[in-house]
Design a protein around this ligand. Sequence first.
Ligand SMILES: [Zn+2]
Length: 79
Amino acid sequence: MFRVNRAWSRDAHVGGNNARFINHSCRPNCYSYVDAKTRTIWIRAGKRIEAGDELTYDYNTEGDKSISCRCRPDCKTRL
Ligand SMILES: [Zn+2]
C-alpha cells in the first residue's frame, strides 16, 4: 500500500505496475512524488543511475517499526 494522502491509498496488487517491486533504501537513488490532482504516484531518479543498479526509494513509513531495514548490512533503521 502506498499512502497518497489522508484519504487515499494505492494498492499495487490492484492495477499496479512494475514499480511495486522497487525496494526501500535509507540511501535511495529514487524518490516518490505524488501528483495531487491525479493522485498519480511517480518514482523519479534522484541521482544518476547506472544500468544494472537496483532502483530504491525511501518508503517514509509511519508504522510500528517492527521490520528491520535490509538496505545495507549495518543499517539500524526499522520500518
Ligand atoms: Zn536502511
